[in-house]
Design a protein around this ligand. Structure first.
Ligand code: ADP
Length: 694
């Protein structure tokens, strides 16, 4: 930034400024002071010394600065000449400041400074490589040493110096030396002007001005006299030149600060970036270390949980010579590898005595060079516990197939063995339990078979009993019914009223008993699967009519209406059993209805094909929902006020359902409401034949 500003400034001034500054001002000043103030003299030694000392100091500072820049900034090798020139002038002017007009070294030192400085400045024309060479680095020191030597010698041996001032004016020596020196500065200035024109660099502008001022001051010296106005102006010019130098120092300082700022910023950015990178790396490292310690822990656990180890035996002439055990042997046997090494017989002593022959046999086989099978046996652990191990040897042979050793893997199989033993024990336990259970089962089966046989025997006895009883009971019962009916009809002779009444009771009881016996026989036949089925072709109408005829009188006698809806429908089924079912339902309707009506209806079924629906409905006492499940069970009679008055066995509905489903191949259902009547419906196929064939 500063650099750019200065560059603009110098570019604006350009060569014009340079001419004004470096040529016009000095020439005009000298001319004015020489022409108009020629006779003015002002001798002030302390001021002069102060000026010279200041100039010397400034020259030395600039010299050091240039040398520093030369070392640290690339392509600034030519600074070495300017620095050397400034060193010479600094040293000489310094010594000059310490002398007075009265000493002969006074003007001599100034002239030498001018000549030496000018010469070194002019060397700027040399090619860059000369200053880049090694000698370039040594030049400043050499120059300094030479300048100091000349300076000191000049003060110490003034008599040896040429006369430079006489009668208040400069001698030709002084004049020539200064003119040549000044000329050389101007030569150097030409180079800087050239540089400036090429690069527009502010340094070149400053160096050009410095050289011009120093040059003109030297060239125009001959016009002046010591302490005259020209003399002071001459010093003023040099001071001006050094002000340039100071401004350059300031410029370099500014530029350095700007660079430093940029550098600091970029350094800051770098530091931030590096810091971020570093913290990323640290985080990464921590993660890696964590992962590492995790895997280490895992490895440690793995190693600790390993229950195997390896041993190695060297065999010489069929004998085991040296044995080595891996550290895992401690976990398995309790002994360290060193203990095995110290005591070759330790291994055998450790084997459980009853299994020693097994182990000895395996070892003998291996030592003889024969492959041996793995052996599982017990050992006594160092802590006294019994452990199971599995020893698997693998043989090593030399080129001649002679055994040279064997390696073995010893695995701790205690857990497995214990588990196996536990399994065996459980198996044995299970087997004995199964045997016990089987024996129990066999015993139970025997008992079952025996009970079954007894049951069958009882069943046969029952059937025989029923068959014989039915026959035995029916025959005398028929005689009772027949004869009591003959007597009641007075075919044998007249009877009085009491006799008639008693005989009627006998006849009624006989008929009831016969009905009961018939029902019992039917039930036992159905249950034994011995019911005879005889199918025939008939018209349903006739069956309904027969049923109505049998019971209409009884119903109407009770003052109950009987309504009939009959149907002509050809049927092929067991006519007798159909009539029996119809009579059962109708007699129940009659028995459990005190008033109202009994309605019998036969019609083709809506719900199924080739079926008829025969319904018997009454307005009697009805059946409660809680009893609906019971009525088709055998010997069930429901609680009712009519129960005692109405005869019944509790077998009617049971038998009817059996006959409907098993003989007629139909279904029976009912609906009822307590106190309002019941409706029983039989759904019967018109032809029961096909299903019976199935
Ligand atoms: P029972 O010989 O007693 O009539 P059933 O097996 O024919 O035996 O009937 C069983 C019971 O069902 C009867 O005792 C009676 O309580 C009841 N029951 C049967 N039919 C009817 C009906 N139409 N109305 C009311 N109750 C009936």
């Amino acid at each position: 930034m500063v650099n750019v500003t200065l560059k603009n400034y110098s570019a604006r001034f350009g060569l014009f400024g340079m001419l004004l500054y470096g040529i016009t001002v000095p020439v005009a000043g000298i001319a004015v002071s020489h022409l108009y103030y020629h006779d003015r003299r002002w001798e002030d030694i302390p001021l002069h010394s102060a000026l010279e000392a200041l100039e010397a100091l400034t020259a030395l500072i600039l010299a050091i600065l240039l040398l520093f820049l030369r070392k640290h900034v690339r392509n600034q090798e030519h600074y070495v000449w300017i620095a050397c020139g400034l060193l010479v002038m600094g040293v000489m002017d310094g010594v000059h400041a310490a002398t007075t007009e009265m000493e002969s070294s006074f003007i001599w030192l100034r002239s030498i400074a001018n000549l030496g400085g000018g010469l070194l400045f002019a060397l700027i024309w040399l090619p860059a490589k000369t200053s880049r060479a090694r000698t370039g680095n040594a030049l400043p020191l050499l120059t300094l040493a030479a300048a100091l030597t000349v300076g000191v010698m000049s003060v110490l041996y003034p008599a040896m110096l040429p006369v430079t001032i006489s009668q208040g004016g400069y001698t030709p020596y002084a004049k020539i030396a200064n003119i040549i020196g000044g000329g050389l500065f101007i030569v150097a200035a030409a180079r800087f002007i050239g540089n400036y024109r090429n690069s527009g660099q502010f340094e070149d502008f400053l160096f050009a001005n410095l050289s011009l001022l120093l040059g003109l001051a030297g060239v125009l010296l001959f016009l002046s006299l010591p302490w005259s106005a020209d003399f002071w102006f001459w010093h003023f010019l040099r001071s001006l030149a050094y002000i340039h130098v100071l401004s350059y120092v300031f410029f370099v300082y500014q530029r350095t600060m700007a660079k430093l700022k940029v550098l600091t910023e970029s350094l800051g950015r770098d530091v931030t970036e590096q810091g971020a990178k570093l913290s990323r790396e640290i985080a990464e490292r921590i993660r890696t270390e964590d992962a590492l310690s995790l895997s280490e822990a895992r490895y440690r656990r793995l190693v600790e949980s390993v229950t195997d180890y390896i041993y190695s035996v060297t065999v010489v002439d069929g004998r085991a010579e040296a044995t080595s055990h891996s550290p895992g042997c401690i976990a398995v046997t309790g002994y360290t590898p060193e203990e095995y090494y110290a005591d070759p017989a330790l291994w055998y002593r450790m084997v459980a005595p009853e299994e020693l022959p097994l182990v000895t046999e395996q070892t003998a086989l291996v030592l003889a060079g024969q492959e041996a099978q793995p052996v599982e046996h017990r050992i006594i652990h160092k802590d006294g516990r019994i452990r199971w191990i599995r020893n698997t040897p693998v043989l090593r042979y030399d080129q001649n197939c002679r055994i040279v050793g064997y390696d073995g893997l010893v695995s701790d199989i205690t857990e497995r063995k214990l588990a196996e033993e536990e399994i065996k024990r459980l198996n044995r336990e299970l087997e004995s339990r199964i045997a016990e259970r089987t024996a129990e089962l066999e015993r139970a089966n025997d008992q079952l078979a025996q009970a079954n046989m007894e049951l069958q025997k009882i069943d046969r006895t029952k059937s025989m009993f029923i068959a014989s009883m039915s026959h035995e009971l029916r025959t005398p019962l028929n005689s009772v019914i027949g004869f009591s009916s003959i007597l009641l009809n007075e075919w044998v002779g007249p009877l009085n009223e009491e006799q008639k009444e008693n005989l009627a009771t006998v006849l009624h009881a006989g008929e009831h008993l016969l009905a009961l016996i018939n029902d019992v026989i039917d039930v036992s036949k159905i249950e034994a699967g011995q019911m005879d089925i005889s199918r025939e072709n008939f018209d349903l109408f006739s069956v309904i009519e027969e049923g109505v005829n049998a019971l209409s009188q009884e119903i109407r006698c009770k003052g109950v209406r009987l309504c009939v809806e009959n149907l002509h429908q050809p049927m092929h089924t067991d006519r007798r059993r159909l009539l029996q079912c119809l009579l059962n339902l109708m007699s129940n309707a009659e028995k459990y209805t005190e008033s109202g009506e009994v309605r019998l209806s036969a019609r083709p079924a809506q719900s199924a094909e080739a079926c008829v629906e025969i319904a018997v409905a009454d307005t009697g006492i009805g059946i409660g929902a809680e009893d609906a499940q019971k009525i088709f069970e055998p010997f069930v009679r429901l609680e009712s006020p009519l129960q005692t008055r109405v005869p019944g066995t509790g077998l009617g509905l049971y038998l009817t359902r059996k006959l409907v489903t098993e003989v007629l191949h139909g279904e029976i259902s009912f609906s009822s409401e307590s106190g309002r009547g019941s409706r029983f419906v039989m759904l019967l196929p018109t032809d029961a034949g096909p299903r019976s064939k199935q």
